[in-house]
Design a protein around this ligand. Structure first.
Ligand code: NAD
Length: 270
C-alpha cells in the first residue's frame, strides 16, 4: 500500500509541531503538506525545521485548499472556526479528517457531523491511548457504582489553554454519564462559587485548574461514604496525542465515511 500523505493544519502550533514530528517518524505515512492561518509568522518556512527536524522540503502555506489537494489525510488541531472550514474541505475532497480541536459549540459540532456523511472523520477530545483507557474505566466504574458515589471530574492544563472544562474532562463526564445511563447535559454541574447549597445527588461536577506548563492532568473522582475511587491520567508530553492522531489516520484508510472516535480506532467497545 502507498505511503499515506499527511497534511497538518495549524503547523506552527504546539500540537502542529508535534504532529509534524509524529507523521515524519511513523511508518506508513509522510508529511506532505502543512498550513497556517494568514499572517502567521511561520508561513513559507519549512515544516521540518519548524518542528525541530531536518528540512523536509515542505513549505507552510496559507491556502488550505492547496493542503487538501496534496494530502490523503489531514490532521487538524487548530481552533473551532478553522476546524469547521477544514472539515468542509475534507468533505468536498473526500480526504480523511482527523481532528482534536476542542471548544466547538453545538452548531460547529453539527458541521463536523455533516462532513462525516461525506468522508471519514475521526474526532476525539483526547488522542492518547492512556486517556482512552481511562475513559473506558470511568464508564465501567460509573456503571458499577450507584448514585451514592458522587462523581467529580478535575482537570489541570497550562496557562495558555483558552477553553474550560477541557474536551477530555467533558469526555470523562460523558463516559461517566453513559455508565449511569443519564444525559450529561441534564446532570452536569459546571463550577461552584459562593453559597452553592448542598451537592445535588446524581450530578457530575467539573473543576478546571490552569497554570504553568501542565500538558494535561485529568481525574474522575467517585466519592462515596467511607471510600473514594480516583481514575487519573497525566500527560507527560504532546507526543502521546500526536502519535494517537497519526495512528487514527492510518486506521482510517479504507473505512466508510462516518464520524469515528479514538475508542473505535483502538477497538474499545463502549
Ligand atoms: P496552538 O494555539 O498552539 O495552535 C493552534 C494553531 O492553529 C496556531 O498556530 C494557529 O495559528 C493555527 N490556526 C488557527 N486558525 C488556523 C487556520 N484557519 N488555518 C491554519 N492554522 C490555523 O494550540 P494547541 O495547544 O496546539 O491546541 C490546538 C487545539 O488542539 C486546541 O483546540 C486544543 O484544545 C486541542 N488539543 C487537542 C488534543 C487532543 O488529543 N484532542 C491534545 C492537545 C490539544
Amino acid at each position: 500500500m502507498a505511503d499515506l500523505a499527511i497534511g497538518i493544519t495549524g503547523a506552527a502550533g504546539r500540537m502542529g509541531r508535534a504532529l509534524i514530528c509524529a507523521a515524519h517518524e511513523a511508518a506508513g505515512c509522510h508529511v506532505a503538506a502543512a498550513s497556517e492561518r494568514a499572517g502567521q509568522a511561520a508561513l513559507g518556512q519549512d515544516a521540518g525545521t519548524l518542528a525541530g527536524l531536518e528540512a523536509l522540503g515542505i513549505a507552510v502555506v496559507a491556502d488550505a485548499a492547496q493542503l487538501f489537494a496534496a494530502a490523503g489525510a489531514v490532521l487538524d488541531f487548530t481552533a473551532p472556526v478553522a476546524c469547521v472550514t477544514h472539515a468542509a474541505l475534507a468533505a468536498e475532497t473526500g480526504t480523511i479528517f482527523i481532528t482534536g480541536t476542542t471548544g466547538l459549540d453545538a452548531a460547529q459540532q453539527e458541521a463536523i457531523a455533516l462532513a462525516a456523511q461525506k468522508t471519514v472523520v475521526v474526532q476525539a477530545p483526547n488522542f492518547s491511548v492512556g486517556v482512552n483507557l481511562a475513559l473506558a474505566l470511568t464508564e465501567q466504574a460509573a456503571r458499577v457504582l450507584d448514585d451514592s458515589f458522587d462523581i467529580e471530574i478535575v482537570e489541570m492544563h497550562h496557562r495558555h489553554k483558552v477553553d474550560a472544562p477541557s474536551g477530555t474532562a467533558l469526555g470523562l463526564g460523558r463516559a461517566a454519564a453513559a455508565g449511569r445511563g443519564v444525559d450529561l447535559d441534564k446532570v452536569s454541574q459546571r463550577g461552584r462559587d459562593g453559597i452553592t447549597g448542598e451537592r445535588k445527588p446524581g450530578t457530575i461536577g467539573f473543576a478546571s485548574l490552569r497554570g504553568g506548563d501542565v500538558i494535561g492532568d485529568h481525574t474522575a473522582v467517585f466519592a462515596g461514604a467511607g471510600e473514594r475511587i480516583e481514575i487519573t491520567h497525566k500527560a507527560g508530553g504532546r507526543e502521546i496525542f500526536a502519535a494517537g492522531a497519526v495512528r487514527a489516520a492510518l486506521w482510517a484508510v479504507g473505512k466508510k465515511p462516518g464520524l469515528y472516535s479514538m475508542q473505535d480506532v483502538l477497538g474499545f467497545t463502549r
